[in-house]
Ligand binder design. Structure first.
Ligand SMILES: Cc1cc2nc3c(=O)[nH]c(=O)nc-3n(C[C@H](O)[C@H](O)[C@H](O)COP(=O)(O)O)c2cc1C
Length: 325
């Protein structure tokens, strides 16, 4: 068993949180991760009220949390109330200033997890009273920025040690097996937030053909771009966040040609939506991170979690032998 301040504070068996993956991480996945001893989060994403209510029901009696895209939540603040009514184990906010929601969440007695991509944003998360700061590196699937996990995590750990030693730290971005988990703990994190590895689980809401394409791909085959957001009608993201996905015919054609894409987007978006509905990964890609090169099978979330823990334990058990007497 790997114990940390995260397992202690959240009463978990394992220091692993499943990322709130918008529309891919529903109640079933969150519940499976929590049932296996981690903390599962529903991916509220941009917000869709019927979908959110459905996923809260799908989580059943498991203690799960919920995450939202912060800038988008400002447009539908009622979604936060729906999530809070379900007595979530935590609320997770990423991509924007958490200040407008922090007091409401903490006032409801719900722990606030803030995912950040820079040290400046980590400072802000501490200021608004985050219980957990998640340092997200550029390897991550989905939206993010440019800092790498390997340097961002220890830099934020140093900041927390000075400014808010009670605040917990998790690492996100590229943690797809026990090596990543062990490394994150060594870098100073209390736990990890894992997206891509759980995206490739049986419980994720993902077309099986798309999962199969990703399992066959290498970590070389992803890129960070604005193209998919434009295609999906989300050309409203603040410029600093771009989305990492599997390379595809769509990104091959349009990455670097975004202005031209915007002039023909209506027709292109219709083709994109059609291809996405039939699970045509070659055309549309998939929202995944560099960790795909470490994923060789789709498995139940509980198996993924158990394997990650036992691999990390093996590594850390051997660590004392690395030091010469
Ligand atoms: C399919 C997918 C969807 C995501 N959607 C969201 C989201 O809606 N909100 C959010 O805060 N983070 C989202 N993320 C990013 C995660 O919070 C997390 O930072 C990331 O998955 C960690 O890196 P990894 O994918 O290498 O494990 C998403 C990630 C993936 C893979």
């Amino acid at each position: 068993m790997l114990l940390s301040r995260l397992t202690e504070r959240f009463d978990l068996d394992h220091p692993v949180i499943s990322a709130p993956m918008g529309f891919n991480g529903g109640g079933r996945l969150a519940a499976a991760v929590s049932a296996a001893g981690g903390l599962g989060l529903i991916g509220g994403g941009y917000g869709n009220e019927p979908w959110l209510r459905e996923q809260i029901v799908a989580a059943g009696n498991q203690r799960v949390g919920c995450g939202f895209i912060t800038w988008s939540l400002k447009q539908q603040p009622q979604l936060l109330e729906i999530a809070l009514e379900s007595a979530p184990a935590a609320m997770f906010l990423s991509f924007g200033d958490p200040e407008p929601f922090a007091a409401r969440i903490r006032g409801a007695g719900v722990p606030l997890i803030c995912q950040v991509q820079t040290v400046a944003d980590a400072r802000r998360a501490i200021e608004v009273g985050a219980d957990v700061v998640v340092a997200q590196g550029a390897e991550a699937g989905g939206h993010g920025q440019k800092r790498a996990t390997f340097t961002l995590v220890p830099e934020v750990a140093d900041l927390i040690a000075v400014r808010a030693p009670e605040t917990l730290l998790c690492a996100a971005g590229g943690v797809a097996d026990g090596r990543g988990l062990a490394a994150a703990l060594v870098l100073g994190a209390d736990g990890v937030v894992v997206g891509t590895r759980f995206w490739a689980s049986e419980e994720a809401l993902v077309h099986p053909d798309v999962q199969a394409a990703v399992v066959a791909a290498s970590g070389d085959e992803t890129l960070r771009s604005h193209v998919i957001d434009i295609m999906k009608g989300f050309d409203v993201w603040p410029e600093r966040y771009a989305m990492r996905s599997l390379m595809s015919a769509v990104t091959d054609r349009w990455h670097g040609h975004e202005a031209e894409l915007r002039t023909v987007v209506a027709a292109e978006a219709a083709h994109y939506a059609e291809a996405a509905a039939r699970g045509d990964a070659r055309t549309v890609g998939a929202t995944v991170g560099e960790g795909i090169g470490l994923i060789h099978e789709i498995a139940p979330a509980a198996t993924i979690l158990r394997t990650m823990i036992s691999e990390a334990e093996d590594i850390l058990r051997k660590a004392p032998a690395w030091i010469a007497a």
